[in-house]
Design a protein around this ligand. Sequence first.
Ligand SMILES: [Zn+2]
Length: 110
Amino acid sequence: MEYFKNKVDYLRDYCKENGFSDDTKEGKVFMAFADVLDDMSELLDGILEQFGNDEENEEATYEYAFICPECGEEIEVSQEVFEEEEEICCPKCGNMIPVCATDFSDEDFE
Ligand SMILES: [Zn+2]
């Protein structure tokens, strides 16, 4: 994700090419702006990257959610855990929850 960074680099070069290099008074101001934009682009790229990863992880890893009957904590597990484990351990209270018995989604319709 280099989009914003490239834009700022372009702006910096553009200023220099047009006589606003950083040994002129105007150039110093432009370069200071470019530095701020640099920081912002880095921050923004970081946020966008993190946001993208979160979304990816959630889709790929967590496919089932359980509510712990002891403490009410919501526990997310992957399909792999759901299929292979008979019990999952609540990270909050340590209660062992049987994976099959907590399939409460059908109960509401009976
Ligand atoms: Zn619990």
